[in-house]
Design a protein. Structure first.
Length: 375
């Protein structure tokens, strides 16, 4: 995990870290994509991160001719590249964006939320795919550690606290990013969930602000998330919960792999967990030592963690057997229950609003409880 730039943060300055996982031309296009932002040029610092070996020159052009160009290892991934960019930043806020183009009010909406409530440390942006479909609009987590967008969430719902932000776009206070140590890029595709989880455990709030919106520049391949999910569970659950949840999560990974015909992936993920257990245990100890919120406190942020999988078959049978045998639901006591089916006559928008309202109600209860404890 990264160190923070030695330069003292400059109040009012936003350090925009654009991460391109393509070549120099694509990186330049992403920087030029910032030209339409409704944010003063003098209050932005642009840092473009691209893989090593993609050419030594790049002309950013547009409104950001002074963009810093930095390189990250080719295998760093989006989270690792974000850490590299953050280490070169000097702004009060970090705006991290990966292979995406922001809407004009992306920063305005995010910074307004941060400035309006000091307890909010990170704004999770709405993410659309290249066709305009919602890729991220709020977040939840399964009991076995994989993040997902809950059914019924929509891009135009009300702002709400969430467990984590998408790696594609977030705006975070630079001091909060440094406080938690940035991304743990060893988690790969699970690094974004892990970052948000740690922020929440350490008393910071992560808030999804729908008006802070970006669109993916191109379609994203879906990476296997088993490894990152297992790592995140081990690091962040408390002692009682990890003792109850980790074993069935390992077993479910094997069952899913046997059904999907990808046993090598599951075995590799589990073997990596064993291989990195000493360093993971150190990082777990650091999180547990500093946490200010219990697993029960965060339960409303997890979402319907034990929702039964669709369909039947060996996977569903194994899933149910593991949940019941190990009492998984007890580890997430207080998590949002699976919503009842909505009548067919209801519109999609009404479903979306109802789901958002229920989540907002639960989050409000959590916030009031935390504030009462702190007071």
């Amino acid at each position: 995990m990264p160190g923070r730039s030695a330069v003292p943060p400059r109040p009012g300055l936003v350090s925009i870290v654009t991460v391109s996982q393509g070549g120099a031309d694509e990186a330049a296009a992403h920087v030029r994509g910032l030209d339409g932002l409704n944010w003063p040029v003098e209050r932005r610092e642009v840092i473009c991160v691209r893989p090593i070996g993609e050419g030594v020159t790049m002309t950013a052009g547009g409104e950001n001719p002074g963009a810093k160009i930095v390189e990250s290892p080719a295998d760093a991934g989006a989270a690792g590249a974000g850490n590299v960019g953050a280490a070169h930043a000097s702004g009060e806020h970090l705006a991290l964006i990966v292979d995406a183009i922001p809407d004009p009010d992306w920063l305005v909406a995010a910074v307004e939320a941060l400035d309006g409530d000091p307890s909010i440390a990170c704004v999770a942006s709405t993410v659309l795919d290249p066709g305009g479909a919602v890729e991220y609009a709020g977040a939840a987590m399964t009991w076995f550690g994989e993040g997902y967008v809950p059914e019924g969430e929509c891009a135009d719902a009300a702002p709400v606290d969430v467990l984590y932000a998408s790696v594609a776009a977030l705006v975070i206070r630079a001091d909060a990013f440094a406080d938690v140590g940035g991304y743990d890029d060893a988690l790969g595709s699970g690094a974004a969930l892990d970052l948000g989880w740690r922020l929440n455990l350490l008393g910071h709030r992560v808030r999804w602000v729908p008006g802070s919106r970006v669109t993916r520049a191109h379609s994203q391949s879906v990476a296997d998330s088993t490894r990152g999910a297992l790592f995140a569970l081990y690091k962040n659950l408390d002692d009682a919960s990890v003792a109850r949840v980790l074993a069935p999560a390992l077993a479910l990974a094997v069952r899913r792999a046997s059904v999907d015909g990808t046993p090598a992936q599951a075995l590799s993920a589990i073997d990596d967990l064993v291989e990195q257990l000493p360093s993971l245990t150190e990082r777990r100890a650091a999180v547990q030592r500093r946490r200010t919120r219990s697993d029960a406190d965060l339960a409303p942020l997890f979402g319907p963690v034990v929702a039964a999988p669709a369909g039947g078959g060996r996977y569903a049978t194994g899933y149910t057997a593991l949940v019941e045998a190990f009492g998984v639901a007890e580890a997430y006591a207080g998590a949002v229950s699976v919503p009842a089916p909505v009548a067919a006559a209801d519109s999609a928008l009404e479903q979306c609003r109802d789901a958002a309202a229920e989540r907002a109600r639960r989050i409000t209860e959590l916030t009031v409880a935390v504030q009462a404890t702190e007071g």
